[in-house]
Write a new protein. Structure first.
Length: 402
């Protein structure tokens, strides 16, 4: 009877040009390590190397989101379990030293023990497209802000003739006027040099503006195909939806519970009590950009969502301050977004409300008076411009009763 082959665990320390691979047994015995080129042929040799010692239980990879991204995709396509290995603690590194073989063995040991590991993002679907587009958008936004700042800085010290010409113009009018200007003179003259630089900066600003509009359109198209119902939630637009999808990744099932999602986006409550004071604060960990997106949703809802306004008023009556209310509200928003990500639910058919109201010859003002709401709020709800499922149900019930 053939003796069963031993199972092994691999660890990989990734770099820009090379990857160092180490293999250990299930008992932690160091078997072998080797360096490979970070290219397609190198990935095939890595597969041959780690599978040559026996069935591979798991592969711990450092940097699955950067240098190890393509390698992780290759290993996953081959059916291997890939685990993202967190950075070794500094104390252990000081005691044991640092080298590529040591780091690779530590990655394998982390995968074996299950400590300092996580399920990596797959980075092979529509969300990866969103990530790349958002990266481009971020740099374009920064460049546009830098151009505007530079224009204003130059105008501050520009000759009075130029300053007087553009002093009272708003941003859009200023950019248009500068772009249409026709400076004349000699580059050695400060007035001409200033005018021609301002014109070129305005042209650059318009190009960046056009680029941002193009990117936003592409983001909108990807979300429409990949997760259209996410934007049905009140306060969630293209910017917020794309950021949250990028944070979660192409494989949202790796976030097992909504509590983990709340921790990921930095809205999980953590104890902050001392003595007789019993309180909580929000976690300062997680993805800060996703936390910013959740904060944006909370601000929008506090300003325009009836359900949220009622909640804020009730909590304020209980003695909560704005900071505490925001903490609670963000946690509820995270729970709602998590459910929509994992189990998408379409928004109620708002168009049916208007058809039903008109069929019963009820005016918008009459409906608003009976529901104690603004006519404009009802109109926006009927046109699908806002989403409020609780109010939608109340409005529909009222219409059915009349």
């Amino acid at each position: 009877m053939a003796k069963p082959r031993r199972k092994v665990i691999a660890g990989i320390d990734t770099h820009a040009d090379t990857h160092h691979v180490a293999v250990i047994s299930e008992t932690g015995e160091h078997l072998a390590d080797r360096e490979f080129l970070a290219v397609g042929s190198g990935y095939r040799k890595i597969m041959e190397f780690i599978t040559g010692f026996g069935p591979v239980t798991a592969v711990g990879v450092e940097g699955t989101g950067s240098y190890g991204a393509e390698l992780s995709r290759v290993l996953s396509r081959e059916g291997l379990q890939v685990l993202e290995v967190m950075r070794p603690n500094r104390q252990g590194r000081r005691l044991r030293g640092k080298s590529d073989p040591l780091d690779a063995y530590q990655a394998a040991e982390a995968a074996l023990s299950g400590s300092r590991v996580a399920t990596p993002k797959s980075r092979d679907g529509a969300v990866e497209s969103l990530r790349v587009l958002r990266a481009e958008r971020t740099t374009a936004m920064r460049a546009r802000v830098a151009v505007m700042t530079q224009i204003k800085s130059i105008l501050v010290s520009a000759p009075e003739a130029i300053r007087a010409k553009y002093r009272d113009l708003a941003r859009a009018a200023l950019m248009s006027a500068l772009e249409k200007s026709r400076p004349a003179g000699n580059p050695v003259e400060p007035a001409y040099a200033t005018a021609i630089v301002l014109k070129r900066l305005a042209i650059r600003y318009r190009h960046l503006d056009d680029e941002l509009a193009l990117i936003d359109g592409e983001l909108d198209a990807v979300i429409t195909l990949h997760a259209p119902m996410l934007r049905d939630l009140h306060g969630v637009g293209t910017e917020v939806a794309s950021q949250l999808l990028v944070t979660v990744g192409d494989n949202p099932e790796r976030i097992g519970t909504e509590a983990k999602f709340a921790s990921l986006v930095g809205v999980a409550p953590v104890p902050a009590s001392s003595g007789k004071t019993i309180r909580h604060r929000l976690s300062r960990g997680g993805d800060r950009q996703a936390n910013k997106a959740i904060h944006h949703v909370a601000l929008v809802r506090m300003k325009s969502d009836t359900r949220t306004k009622n909640y804020v008023a009730r909590r304020r009556h209980e003695g909560k301050n704005t900071k505490e209310i925001m903490r609670c509200l963000k946690r509820y928003i995270a729970r709602e977004i998590y459910e929509q990500l994992l189990h998408p639910q379409p928004a109620p058919d708002a168009g049916a409300l208007r058809a039903l109201r008109k069929a019963k010859n009820i005016t918008l003002q009459t409906a608003a008076d009976n529901l104690h709401a603004w006519p404009s709020a009802l109109s926006r709800l009927e046109r699908g411009l806002t989403r409020d499922d609780a109010f939608h149900q109340r409005y529909e019930s009222w219409l059915n009763d009349h």
